[in-house]
Design a protein around this ligand. Sequence first.
Ligand code: B16
Ligand code: MG
Length: 227
Amino acid sequence: MADKPIEAVVFDLDGVITDTAHFHYVAWKKLAEQLGITIDEAFNEQLKGVSRLDSLELILRKGKQKYEYTEMEKERMADEKNAHYCQLLTQLTPNDILPDIPELITSIKEEGIPIGLASVSKNATTVLRSLRLEGTFDYIADAARIKRSKPDPEIFLTACAGLGADPRHSIGIEDAAAGILAIKASGMFAVGVGPSLSGADYLVESTDRLRWDEIKSSYLMHTAINH
Ligand code: B16
Ligand code: MG
């Protein structure tokens, strides 16, 4: 088995480190209702990993209102959703870090492997601060400077570049379909977290199933087969 060193592990935030997806959902649902559009949890799956304005476009398209608003009106709606989301975020505490994530981070760091964050959320630093995880990541890709949201690989490539890592020797961890596509498009090994996610190289149902030794074995097996 070819033993390629792992150069970096890059985490998604919402849905992997903590579950803010529900807060996003509550805030989008309220805005959608004001527009006479109904969204449910199943529809919300499509919004995971998708930027704020792209999420609004998907909601408007669902309500057949895609062409009814100016760019300025859409910015205002997105701001309103964000204000509500930020208000919900004030409830977030370190108890909201998803199960076994601290142990996983510790195991990776013990091996001297740098870790990065690839969240398209412009609220990522606020979320990290609430979870008391600021300073944990060696590099945080700045969502405000990312031009293309997931499934484009830009944010994962930016995180790898920031860590000085070759994406082909790095691992990405994601809970969203768009995120898995982004990791694969970047050339990284994709770890998926979620009950109904496809396309990942290694998949677990929830974060409490993430074991560093098992991820490493799967990565090594994958590189042995593919290189
Ligand atoms: P914001 P991730 C994504 O974060 C969320 O999954 C997605 O639902 C949200 O619309 C997006 O961030 C933008 O977030 O409105 O806070 O900038 O999964 O990439 O960590
Ligand atoms: Mg996510």
